[in-house]
Ligand binder design. Structure first.
Ligand code: GRF
Length: 196
């Protein structure tokens, strides 16, 4: 069985879209693949409730618990890696996981680590993508599924979706329009990788 481990920090709607697609399309039978675990760096991440309700193992590795260490980021990533590895992942899926990962984490999962970013990369890496797209007067916005490399929001592009920017858009209305597309392209990209 191929194991998918999904990392979240909050609502987890992309994670939920992947889980629901896996159920609806019977990935267990068809792809010999399953979502084995959902792991969050925040104990109150709403997505954990959804994952548990769908019978998926969950875990929390709280980044704040490492704040006093000499190298907090490295210590957190090492603990996260240990947790992720207990599920023997074939694919590690970042879905609204709001931590920048260290090179040693990224290297450890080379070739099996992917992310979704709410912009048409290479435009607007980093935070506040929708506000920045509006500020620049972009006529189109979107989302990108990409492989994760040591450079933030870079790496091979696996899928993209484009939406129009409408005249009265705020970053919230634009984010909501982009998010509906994220929920379509992310499960599809995961499915394609598992079928390869
Ligand atoms: C999504 O827009 C994703 O692209 C970005 O953070 C948001 C997370 O949403 N990285 P959710 O937690 O999947 O609902």
């Amino acid at each position: 069985m191929k194991n998918i481990v999904i990392l979240i920090s909050g609502g987890g709607s992309n994670m939920a879209a992947i889980v629901q697609t896996a159920e609806a399309q019977n990935w267990t039978q068809r792809l010999n693949a399953q979502v084995s675990a959902v792991i969050s760096n925040k104990a109150d991440a709403q997505g954990l409730v959804f994952a548990k309700a769908h019978g998926i193992a969950t875990a929390v590795v709280d980044h704040k618990a490492f704040a006093n260490q000499a190298q907090p980021r490295e210590a957190f990533d090492a603990a996260l890696m240990t947790e992720v590895d207990t599920h023997q992942p074939d694919l590690v899926v970042l879905a609204g996981f709001m931590r920048i990962l260290t090179p040693s984490f990224v290297t450890h999962y080379a070739g099996r680590l992917i992310n979704i970013h709410p912009s048409l990369l290479p435009a607007f890496p980093g935070l506040n993508t929708h506000a920045r797209a509006l500020e620049m007067g972009c006529k189109f916005a979107g989302a990108t599924v990409h492989r994760v490399t040591t450079e933030l929001d870079h790496g091979d592009i696996l899928a993209q979706a484009v939406v129009p920017v409408l005249p009265n858009d705020t970053s919230d209305t634009l984010a909501a329009r982009v998010l509906t597309q994220e929920h379509l392209i992310y499960p599809r990209a995961v499915e394609r990788l598992l079928s390869a």
